[in-house]
Design a protein around this ligand. Structure first.
Ligand SMILES: N[C@@H](CCC(=O)N[C@@H](CS)C(=O)NCC(=O)O)C(=O)O
Length: 215
């Protein structure tokens, strides 16, 4: 049995994990779920992932791994090459910090269930949800751009000249932003890194439109 990826094409946490799997050259079976249809809230799915969120990675020995960053760290430990984290502790701290800016500061505020909650509790219509989403992207992307520009460790990618955890998070977030018409023009370094990432077939293959369930 190979790895099984339970995911959804448009989900940015799924995109970042797909990119990591591809960069590490790992094959996986693609299992698709439609979030809006509640397909991750069934008893069967909740038994794999009690949060009812994607992605879940089913391992060859039947474990269900949840939380995309924890899964990528698991990949890193079990399939160390090519590494998505720098060899030095300072570099690892930097890459994790850049990753967390996206994964912990943007994504949790803009997740589907948060947008639904804004709608249901505060009657936020679609334009209001879009404004909310955009606000939190801009807040962190401005800081991310500044952090990237301030460091001579920024290279072809977020950290040096090989893709890291920070790049797969960035790549997925930029794709997610497109759904709300947020481009990259106002962040030239982010735009440059994204275009470098698009040149990497393993990363580009993880993009939402290239998945079997792409609408
Ligand atoms: N921190 C989790 C977040 C997982 C998550 O929220 N996934 C989203 C898709 S990107 C989801 O399943 N959303 C469904 C919902 O919000 O109801 C991770 O990194 O895996």
């Amino acid at each position: 049995m190979t790895l099984k990826l339970h995911n959804f094409f448009r989900s940015s946490t799924s995109t970042r994990l797909r990119a990591a799997l591809n960069l590490k050259g790992l094959d996986y079976d693609y299992v698709q779920y439609v979030l809006r249809d509640g397909e991750t809230r069934t008893a069967e799915y909740l038994a794999m992932n009690p949060q009812g969120l994607v992605p879940t990675l089913e391992t060859a020995d039947g474990q269900f791994l949840i939380q995309s960053l924890a899964i990528i760290e698991w990949l890193e430990e079990n399939h160390p090459e090519p590494s998505l984290l720098p060899r030095d502790a300072n570099g690892r701290a930097r890459v994790r910090a850049l990753s967390y800016m996206i994964a912990r500061e943007i994504h949790p505020l803009n997740n589907l269930r948060v947008l639904f909650r804004l709608r249901d509790q505060f009657r936020a219509d679609e334009p209001a949800q879009k404004e909310w989403f955009t606000h939190w992207v801009i807040t962190t992307f401005d800081s991310l751009e500044a952090a990237l520009n301030a460091s001579d460790q920024t290279g072809k990618y977020c950290h040096g000249d090989t893709p890291t955890l920070a790049d797969v998070c960035l790549y997925a977030q930029v794709w997610n932003n497109k759904r709300f018409d947020i481009g990259t023009k106002q962040w030239p370094t982010i735009a440059r890194i994204q275009s470098e990432l698009e040149q990497l077939p393993d990363v580009a293959q993880a993009a939402p439109p290239r998945q079997p369930d792409a609408a």
